[in-house]
Structure formats: structure tokens, C-alpha cells
Design a protein around this ligand. Sequence first.
Ligand code: 5AD
Ligand code: FES
Length: 348
Amino acid sequence: MSRIQGILSQLYNENYIPKYDMIYLLENLHEGSREQLFDCARKIRSKYYENKVFMRGLIEFSNICSRNCIYCGIRAASENVDRYRLSKDEILSCCKEGYELGYRTFVLQSGEDRWYTASKVADLVSSIKELFPDVAVTLSLGERSYEEYKLWYEAGADRYLLRHETASRNLYEKLHPDGDFDNRRQCLYNLREIGYQVGAGFMVGLPGQSHYDLVEDLYFLKELKPHMIGIGPFIPANSTPLAKEKAGRVEDVLVMLALTRLMIPESLLPATTAMGTLDPRGREKALMAGANVVMPNLSPIATKSKYQLYDNKICTGDESAHCRMCIEKRINSTGMKVDMGRGDSLIA
Ligand code: 5AD
Ligand code: FES
């Protein structure tokens, strides 16, 4: 048995390998062993979640942001962004449309927009829960205080997505001129302590990112054990400091997805829109490498094109009902099946 084979079988059987083996794997995977890696990831995914793909309806309710992450298209300093903020009624009508399309979980995402005060968000969450008692509500509004997170949890929020972006302090600091590496991690631990199902995650192919940085992501996640892990390629966004950089590679994201599935087997892993943006079959490939969630966009058609975290984002001209059907066909093409339930993680 070659060293790669040995490492893969240990990863498959024990869901853990030492860091030096992980580095060896990343440096030495070739086409054949990559397929084996994806095969292992699919088997583990099926063992825990069968062939189900969970659907989450994404509502991008504000593209106003006070931060300046240098990769992000809606950073405060981007002047050519048409800024918008949906009202409570507009958000509720997206939920209604989503509910009628069969969604039982909504993800409310925005830039770091303080106009949405703690009490406004709490009111929004409790209204959604009153109108649709059987849905799971997920928030993704960035870094806030322990007290704010707690208030929203008490108002009925079930989950919170906050990607850690990169587990390498050095890289994190370069990408986030106004960010604090320790605070971001603290937010994730706070969310977990409060009782949320937590989503972390990272980008692949960031300028200056090495295999060592990506290995840090895997071991950080192994320790944090989030319920959900969002992994996508970096894609340059116009009028940001990284506009002229190269995008991450779909193949590299697939490898990181599969390794994450093997290291944290019970996690929920979305096949991200960014994957579909770089490759027309990017989301299908992600499902074939161990992913099991998709997050179709439920934002109003008038604002879909304004929430551009990166260039050429797909689906911005499509009705929510169109995406619902389109994605189902794509899922079926991989041999997997749509599950419209709440899709709770198996992680306690
Ligand atoms: N390319 C890829 N992903 C991006 N995100 C933000 N900007 C980009 C970009 N240019 C991701 C971040 C963020 C999530 C909502 O979108 O990881 O957490
Ligand atoms: Fe939106 Fe295919 S998922 S058009």
C-alpha cells in the first residue's frame, strides 16, 4: 500500500490523521487518489445523511456593511454598489414565498449593518417564528455581542452562520484591516455556548494562502466541531483591493470539502453558489465530493443582483421558483435527493 493509500484509509476509518500526513496528502494527491478521496467522502456522507441534500432558502436582506474585508464586493469602501435594505414586510414576504415553495429553513444574511439593531432583529425573528412555527431560522449578520446573540436566540433563532474565513492569523489580519482574529473566534464559541447550531467556514485560493494555512482550517474545525461548514473558492470582486487576483480553483475546493467531510463526518456541508459561479457544474461536483446542503436564493429579484460579494454571481436574474426547480434537477443528476425538511445537523 502506498503512503497516500495508507493515509486515506486511516482518515476514512478514524476521521483523523496527524498534520504532517495532511500536508503530505495535499502536496501529493494526483488525479487517481483525488477520485479515491471523493469516493471515501461520499461513503461517509451517505453513512450519516444517506443521499439527502438539505435545502435552505437564502434571504439577503441588506448589502450595507460597515467593514472593509479586502476580498468582499460589498465592503464599506466600495462606492459603485447600489445599497439596499429590505423592510420587515419585504423579508416576511420572501419567507412566505419560500414557505410556499416548500422551504422549511430560512437563512437571513446581510452585511454588518447596525441599522438592524438587536431589538429589530429579535422582532423579525419572532415574527417569522409566529407566522411559520415549523421553520428553522438561521441568522448571518456578522460579529455582534454575546448579549445580542443571546437575545436573538431567545427570540427563536436556531442557527447562526459566521465563517471563520481563514484559521491562519497572519492571513486573516492581511485580509481584514478592521477585523480582530480573536474576536471572530470568540463569536463562534459564544454562539455555540448560547445554544445555536453554528456554521463556520473558509475560502480556498485566497491570495497568499498556502497548504499550511488550509491545514490550519481543517484542524481548527476539528476542534470547534461546528454543525455546518461553508467552503467556497475565493473569487475576485471588482473595485476591491483584490480585483485583479486569480480566483481559487474548483478542484482545490473539492479536495478541502472531501477532507472536511472525512475529518468532521457529521457536519453539514453546502455546495456553495461560488462553486456554481466558477464552474457550471461546480455545485454538482461539490455534492459528489461530500457536500449535502444547497442554499438557493429567495431574495426579491430586484435586489438579487445587488448582493455581489464577488463577480459574476449566478442566479441573480432568476426567480426563486426557477432556482427551486433548477437545483432539484442538478441534485437528481448526482443520484442524490432533495430533502425539504429542517435538516438539523447530527452534531449535538
Ligand atoms: N469570494 C468568495 N467568497 C466571498 N465571500 C465574501 N467575499 C467573497 C469573495 N470575493 C464569502 C465570505 C463570507 C461569505 C458570506 O461569503 O466567506 O463569509
Ligand atoms: Fe438558480 Fe439554477 S439554481 S438558476
